[in-house]
Structures are given as C-alpha cells and as structure tokens.
Design a protein around this ligand. Structure first.
Ligand code: HSE
Length: 409
C-alpha cells in the first residue's frame, strides 16, 4: 500500500482527495497497489470526513517515513517551495499543480529529485486536465520543437468567450469564473496574463532543456479589452484569444503572451470557454494539438492523480527529464512581423485620418466616437510602435487604447 499526503485542501487538494476516494478501484488497479491518503495538511479547519486526516503540523508528514509521495496543492511560491524542497530531500516524490512554483524553481527541484532518484512531477501545472507535460517529456522527446502556441488560461478564455458570444460584461464574467473555481485566488494573475506566461515558461523550459525566466517573456493581459475589441475582431473575421506563443529557431527563442485576433484558419480559433489547447510544431512530427479542460477542480485533480500513480509505480526511479538551471535568453516576439490592430483615442478625426493616409498599406480604418481603429499590416514591433506613436501624437489625443496582433488566414 502507498500512503500519501496532500498539502493544501483548496479546490485542487480537495479534488484530489475526493477523486481518489471516488475512483479508488480503478486508481489502485493502475498503480498496482492501494493508494491511501494518510494526511491532509492545511492551516484551516474542516469537518468530517477530512478532520480525521487533517494536520496543521507539516512535521507530521516530513518525519513520517511511510509517506513516500506528497501532493502539493497549496499554490504560491512560499511556503510551498520550502516544503517541497524538504520533502524531496527526504526521499519523498512530489506531485504538484503549482505553476508558480514550477516556473520559478522547476530546474532546481527537478535536479534535486533526480539526485535523490525520486520524482518531481507537475502534469497539472499546465493545461489543467490536458496531458502535455508527459508528451513533452516522453512521446515528443525525440523531436526538435519549433513552436509552442497555446490558450493556457481557462479563466481568460471563459471570459473572452462570454464577451464574444453573449456580449458579457468583463467583471460579471470574471465573477462567474471565480465561482466555478477557475480563477486564481488573486485573479489578476489570470487577467493580466501572468498565469499563461508562467505556463509558457514551463513548456519552453521543458522543450529546450534550459531555464526560461517567465519575467523575460513580454506579457499583456485582457483587462483592457472591451466590447469594441470584440466587435473589431468579429469584423476582421476572427475571435479574441489570450495567446501564449513561443517560436524556437535554434538558439533563438521568441516568446510572448498577449491578446490576439485569431482568424478562422488558426488551429486555436475554435477553443472556447474554459477549454485550453496547446499546438506544437516539431521538426519530425509536424503539427500536434492537445485539447481539454484547462481549469477546474476535477480536471486538474485528474492530472495530479496521474502523477501520483506514476510516482507510486516509480518510487526509486527518476522518470522526468530535467531542465538545467542555465538560463536561456528570450528574444522579443515583436521582432517577428504580423498584422496588428490598434485603437487610438482622437479629438481630431480629420487630422488622424490624414496621418493614416501617409502610412503604407494601412487598412480597416474605423472611426467610432472619440477613437479610431486601424490595421497596420505585416509590421514588426518597432515599425508598428513608430506608427502608433506618430498617430497618437498627430491627430490622436495621446491614448493608445489597445494593440492586438492578428494571426491566421
Ligand atoms: N487560474 C487557472 C486558469 C487555473 O484559469 O487557467 C488553472 O491553472
């Protein structure tokens, strides 16, 4: 029998315990032995039946040699990092859903697990219930990955879908996402793009085998988007998505997280609601897509339990690739050319239209109230920013309301 401990009894932790109990027979069969929760660690109090397993003292778990696998579902970097490090250095494998922890300390914790001949597993840290870490670690291991693009945040995709399909109000949609257990405790991590950014950093680090610091990935969220952006996306034959993209060209890695208008031909354009999808291009395999529920209690719990089963089956064998602590530079994605939509505030429509006439190939000029929207085709960031600033200064009132890349046919 394998006895495990669960750190944190929030959405994910409670999902893991409940799913382990509900699917005990199947899970035990796959693990080839019974898996039982011996401890739940949390600072809060809970009633039956968790009260019998509950401890407020982390030492109960640290010093219990019968516990060889620990689930970390506390979220945040501290104290999760200190606890996980302690567990690993005492020979306990750790399975976590904590993307902040993996993005920040993944290289170090993977190395520690490898040195201890145990496992640090984090399938649930990216894409909720979608298997993506395992494929990158095993099935795609032979390939050289050239692109990873994904809708990696369920909350923002849920909000953008409701804004698009139901004219939903941003704040009401965010509230609904929180009630469904999709959003982070501090939802600015979702709506400002940081959650997607950390997940992208994890995927790229795994693909290239080196540490990518998420702080170096240009990141813009969806909090500034309004129904006007939705309407423009629609008129341009696309749909608004928060896209996390990395293009890998030998040592050059370009990455960004930003709102993008995806036209119908783009493989991620149809991914709606809480669903996430990850599109990967490899030199040998070509294109592959992974699709499923990207957030929520049970999809995430299912990915954690898959790791628990693997950890239990490989108690004394390290099965994960590791990425080195050597840092890999991230190049600004804006260096790559793409079509871009800009919305600029104006108090002199005539003058800003005159300025726009001097810009080559500019299309889709729309005046609406005190703003103008235009598409600047095939521009790299520098050229685009120069145009945006000259527009904002000549006919514009200084406000650049939003900037959105356009992708797909
Ligand atoms: N807040 C995250 C999301 C949870 O909405 O995708 C899953 O990582």
């Amino acid at each position: 029998m394998a006895e495990i401990a669960v750190l944190g009894y929030g959405t994910v932790g409670s999902g893991v315990v409940e799913a382990l109990w509900a699917n005990q027979y199947n899970i035990d069969r796959k693990a080839s032995q019974p898996i039982r929760v011996k401890y739940v660690f949390d600072v809060r109090e809970f009633g039956a039946p968790i009260d019998k397993l509950l401890t407020h003292n982390i030492d109960d778990i640290i010093y219990d040699n019968d516990v060889r696998v620990v689930v970390e579902a506390m979220g945040g970097v501290e104290p999760a990092y200190a606890y996980v490090k302690e567990m690993l250095s005492r020979g306990k494998s750790v399975c976590t859903s904590n993307k902040e922890l993996v993005a920040k300390h993944g290289a170090e914790l993977l190395t520690l697990a490898r040195d201890m001949n145990i496992n640090f597993l984090f399938e649930a840290s990216v894409g909720g219930g979608i298997p993506i870490i395992r494929p990158l670690n095993s099935s795609l291991a032979a390939d050289e990955i050239t692109e990873i693009s994904g809708i990696l945040n369920g909350t923002t995709n849920y909000i953008l879908t409701k804004m698009t399909k139901e004219n939903g109000d941003f704040n009401e949609c965010l509230q609904a996402a929180r009630q469904m257990g999709y959003a982070e405790r501090d939802p600015s991590a979702d709506i400002e793009g940081f959650d997607s950014c950390r997940k992208l950093a994890i995927l790229v680090s795994l693909a290239i085998g080196k540490q990518v610091d998420f702080e170096n990935i240009g990141t813009e969220g969806i909090s500034r988007l309004t129904q006007r952006d939705v309407a423009y996306a629609n008129e341009l034959g696309g749909t608004l998505k928060l896209l996390a993209t990395a293009k890998i060209d030998g040592p050059g890695v370009y990455a960004r997280v930003s709102p993008v208008i995806l036209r119908g031909g783009h493989p991620l354009a149809f991914v709606n609601d809480v669903y996430n999808a990850i599109y990967i291009k490899g030199k040998i395999i070509g294109e592959v897509m992974f699709y499923g529920r990207g957030a929520g209690k049970f999809p995430t719990a299912s990915a954690v339990i898959a790791d628990v089963v693997d950890a239990v089956k490989n108690l004394n064998r390290n099965i994960m690739h590791f990425w080195s602590t050597e840092k890999h530079e991230i190049l600004p994605y804006g260096a790559l050319k793409t079509d871009r939509l800009v919305r600029i505030g104006t108090n002199d429509a005539g003058k800003i239209c005159q300025t726009l006439n001097t810009v080559d190939n500019v299309t889709f000029i729309k005046l609406f109230g005190d703003e103008i929207a235009a598409v600047i085709p095939d521009a790299a960031n520098d050229a685009y920013e120069r145009i945006v600033h000259s527009l904002a200064a000549t006919g514009g009132d200084g406000r650049v309301i939003s900037r959105t890349a356009i992708e797909g046919e």
